[in-house]
Ligand binder design. Structure first.
Ligand code: BJW
Length: 226
């Protein structure tokens, strides 16, 4: 996959749409134990708890509305067809609902379900339960199609190929604390790309970027695009 501009987004781009970030004060990981809700071991131990967590997040995401930052990225792609790739760590669909077409969800999506027994995939209903049978093999092993800690993120070959060919790499609304996404800036820089961080505050990986602008995504992303 190739694109002149590769854009990595994280929870911060959806914060002003009302979806919580993970590591900010009062964030998701201050309310939930990530080992219980975002690991395969946590799911095996208490699938009902994990479904309750993601059912609530699916409902919040469905009610959220894309903000000016999502809209600006959709505009950028419309103005430069074929040149823009969004790689998102987010499991919401706000990029798509803002009009972005080329989006890779490296940590999965709330819109999909998968079977922990056979790997069959299907569209997630609004509410999922641990005892729901998989439409493929019939096992009561349905799970949200989300990449948890210790699992291999999706689309990695396409992402690494795009990073190798990118002229510009932009990271928006991510703390830079989860790998492999946190290393993308170094991958892109090694390939010769200009690198730009757009975030509320300097991220963990700030020192690897050639340029940074700090502020709310709804302000700094449109300012960069326009
Ligand atoms: C605003 C704003 C506004 C706020 N405007 N900005 C030791 C060392 C290195 C790595 C490891 C290690 N031990 C284990 C690992 C690997 C592990 C990892 O990285 N752990 C770290 C904690 C150290 N990673 C994995 O296990 C991954 N898989 C993997 O590595 O496979 C092997 C592999 C190796 C090599 C290559 C390829 C593969 C899988 C990671 C799965 C992450 N899953 C989660 C949960 C599931 C999805 C979900 O439920 O939503 O994904 S964790 C959570 O963190 C979620 C996010 O996508 C992810 C990143 O968070 P994000 O988006 O950065 O959010 P925050 O809250 O951290 O930051 C928000 C930022 O926005 C802040 O900076 C704010 O300032 C800013 N902000 N408001 C602009 N209005």
């Amino acid at each position: 996959m190739s694109a002149r501009i590769v854009i990595l987004t994280g929870a911060g781009i959806s914060a002003e749409s009302g979806l919580g970030t993970f590591r900010d004060e009062g964030g998701i990981w201050s309310q939930y134990d990530l080992a219980e809700v975002a690991t395969p071991e946590g799911f095996a131990a208490d699938p009902a708890l994990v479904h309750t967590f993601y059912n609530a997040r699916r409902k919040n995401a469905a009610e959220a509305i894309p903000n000016a930052a999502h809209a600006a990225l959709a505009r950028l792609e419309a103005e430069r067809p074929g040149e823009v790739l969004i790689v998102t760590q987010n499991i919401d669909d706000l990029h798509e609902r803002a009009g972005s077409r080329t989006v890779l969800h490296m940590h999965g999506t709330l819109r999909a379900a998968t079977c922990a027994a056979c790997g069959h995939g299907w569209d997630a209903p609004p509410v999922m339960h641990a005892e729901d049978a998989c439409p493929g093999c019939g096992a009561p092993a349905t799970r949200p199609d989300i990449v948890w800690f210790g699992e291999f993120p999706y689309h990695m070959d396409d992402i690494w190929e795009a990073l190798r060919g990118a002229e510009v790499f932009v990271s928006i609304g991510t703390s830079g604390s989860v790998y492999p996404a946190a290393a993308f800036v170094q991958d892109a820089a090694r390939a010769g790309a200009l690198t730009l961080e757009l975030n509320l505050e300097p991220s963990e990986t700030r020192s690897y970027f050639t340029e940074a602008r700090h502020g709310k995504a709804s302000e700094i992303v449109p300012a960069w695009v326009d």
